[in-house]
Design a protein around this ligand. Sequence first.
Ligand SMILES: *Cc1c(COP(=O)(O)O)cnc(C)c1O
Length: 434
Amino acid sequence: MLYYSTNHKSPEATLQEAVVKGLAPDRGLYMPQQIRRLPESFFQTIERLSFQEIAYRVADAFFGDDMEADTLKDLVYDTLSFETPVVGVAPDIYTLELFHGPTMAFKDVGARFMARLLGYFIKKQGQTDVNVLVATSGDTGSAVANGFLGVKGIHVDVLYPKGLVSEIQEKQFTTLEHNITALEIEGTFDDCQRLVKTAFMDEELNRRLNLTSANSINVARFLPQAFYYFNAYAQLKKVGKSDNVVVSVPSGNFGNITAGLFAKQMGLPVKRFIAANNRNDIFLNYLNTGRYEPRASVATIANAMDVGDPSNFARILDLYKGSHEAICKEISGFRYTDESIAEGVKRCYETTHYLLDPHGACGYLALEESLQPAETGLFLETAHPAKFKDTIESILHQQIAVPARLQQFMQKEKQSVTLSNQYDDLKNYLEKRS
Ligand SMILES: *Cc1c(COP(=O)(O)O)cnc(C)c1O
C-alpha cells in the first residue's frame, strides 16, 4: 500500500519509505491510501479470537500487501506477547489496561512494532542503518528505547531534560546500553524537541546518519495502536456489553485516539469517542470554536499529555476531510485541571478500589461526566499508576506498590551523556560517533 502526506505536496511513499522518513518531505503526516473495512463475519466471531489473532487480521489490512503473511504474523505475535485486559471499574464503566508491556505504558505496543518492522527492512530489504532520535518527557523514551533494544542496524538516541523526569522513568532508558544512548540535555523538554526537529531538518546530518523519528507521527508506531481497540471490543462482547460503546482516550499528541478512529472506519462498532485532556485543551477549544490554535504547553500532573500542538490533529482533519461538523459528531472533548485529576484518582480509589494513573483518570472522569443510559463506557488506562508513584502517593497519602518489572530497572546503573541545549553540541556529538 502507498502512503500520502496530509499536506498533499509530497509524492506518495511506500511503507518502507514512510517508516524510514517518519515525516513526509512537505512536513505532512503519512496516511495509508486505503482504510480497509473488515468483513461482518470477523466481528460476529471476534470474541472467540485471541489478541494476537485479532491484531494479525487488522495488521493484514494495513501491511499485508507489503510483506509475506508469515513474516507479518511473526512480527505481530512477537510484538504483542502481553495482554491488554478489559477490567470493570464502576457500573457500565470499563477500562482497557494497556500497561502490561515491558515499560508498563501503551506506547510499548507501537514502539515494539515499529522496531521490528524497521529491523525487517534493514535485514531483508537492504535498508541502510538508521538512527532514531527521540525527545522525551518520560514515557516515550522508555518505550522506544526498550522496543528498539538489540535491534541490529538501528541506533537510538533518547534526548531528555536533565532533572525533569522522574527517577523511575529515567532509569528505564539510561540503563540499557547496547544500541541505546541517553542524552541528558541541560534544558527543558521543549529544548529537546527543538533539537530533534532541527536535526531532522539538517540535510547534511541526514545524509550522513539517516535519521528517523519514533513518535506517533511515524505510521509504524501509530497504526498498531488500532489493534487493541478491536481486542477491547471482543472482550466487551464476551460479557454482553458491546452495544453503544463510548471510548474515552486520555490524549496528548492524539496518536492513540486517532488509531481508534481508524478502527471505527474499519468497521469497529463504537458509538462515539471522547478526547480527555488535561489543561492542555487545544483540541477541546477546536471542537468549541472550529479554530485550531496551538499554544505553548503547560505542565500538569498528567505530563505525558502536556502537548500544545498535537501532531496527529492533521490526521484527524484529513480523516474527516476538514469538516468540523463531522469531527464534532464523532468526538467530544473534556479537560481536567490537576485538582480534578487528583480528586478523581482519590474518589475512584476510595469508592471502587481501582487505582488510576493521572492520565487514565482524565478518561475515567470524562465517562463519569457524560455517559448516557444504555451506553457502555470504556476508558484507556495508558500507564501503570506506579510510573507516577510520587504524584499518586501525595494524592492518596499512602505508599503504593511498585511492580517487579519497574523495580528491576531501578537496580541498574544510570549511564548518560550530558549535552548543552545548543544544536551544534548535539550535531558534533552525533557526527563524531558515526
Ligand atoms: C503518550 C501518553 C498519552 C498520550 O497519548 P497520545 O497518543 O500522545 O495522545 C497518555 N497517557 C500516557 C501515560 C502516555 O504516555
